[in-house]
Ligand binder design. Structure first.
Ligand code: HEC
Length: 173
């Protein structure tokens, strides 16, 4: 009489014995389920997100792969043509003209374009490496570099400067 007066949805607030009496135990579990599921999903979300982030390099556009190859080619060219004077981004001939950002900025050579120009035509005791570099005395006596190689180098030097030449391993400037 009393039980039937209580709405069904409130019956679980009464003692478990009452629930059992009414055969409500299964109902109660079903009632818990959505909440548990929600909690479970909430707990699952960070790992899922982490997994997505971890996998995302695999699904990034091929451009970044090409960029990685460019950096490698740039580093390799730098190792052949520049490292003799600019080891680890420094300058063994002229200490005030390193390839670190603060020198590049002070000397007005902190854009890829300017780095390209100085690499192509040279400046002072820095030999030019461009195929059309003149006068001869200002140019390298070694192998000249192609335009796209100098572009790669300019890009490489600029990006290394922005990162403080950390990848190359350097004791500071
Ligand atoms: C023979 C030594 C030598 C080599 C090899 C050399 N450089 Fe230089 N580089 C210098 C000198 C010296 C300067 C300073 C020139 C000046 O300002 O009068 C300089 C300056 C620079 C600067 C401007 C730096 C600044 O802070 O003003 C850049 C950029 C640069 N070199 C890039 C390169 C690249 C790229 C290569 C390889 C293709 C290279 N250099 C090879 C000697 C060299």
């Amino acid at each position: 009489m009393l039980l039937s007066a209580i709405p069904n949805c409130n019956s679980r607030l009464i003692s478990p014995a009452v629930n059992q009496e009414k055969g409500n135990q299964r109902d109660e579990r079903q009632w818990m389920n959505p909440q548990r599921q929600l909690k479970f999903l909430q707990r699952l979300t960070p790992p899922l997100f982490a997994a997505f982030v971890a996998l995302s390099p695999i699904i990034t556009p091929p451009g970044s792969y090409a960029e990685a190859i460019d950096v490698q080619r740039g580093a390799s060219l730098f190792g052949h043509a520049c490292i003799g004077c600019h080891v680890a981004g420094g300058n063994i001939i002229q200490p005030g003209a390193t390839l670190f950002l603060k020198d590049l900025q002070r000397n007005g050579v902190d854009t890829e374009e300017e780095i390209y120009n100085i690499t192509y035509y040279g400046k002072g005791r820095m030999p030019g490496f461009g195929e059309m570099c003149t006068p001869r005395g200002q140019c390298t006596f070694g192998a000249r570099l192609k335009e796209d190689e100098i572009k790669l180098l300019a890009n490489f030097v600029k990006s290394q400067a922005d990162e403080g030449w950390l990848n190359i391993g350097n004791g500071g400037d």
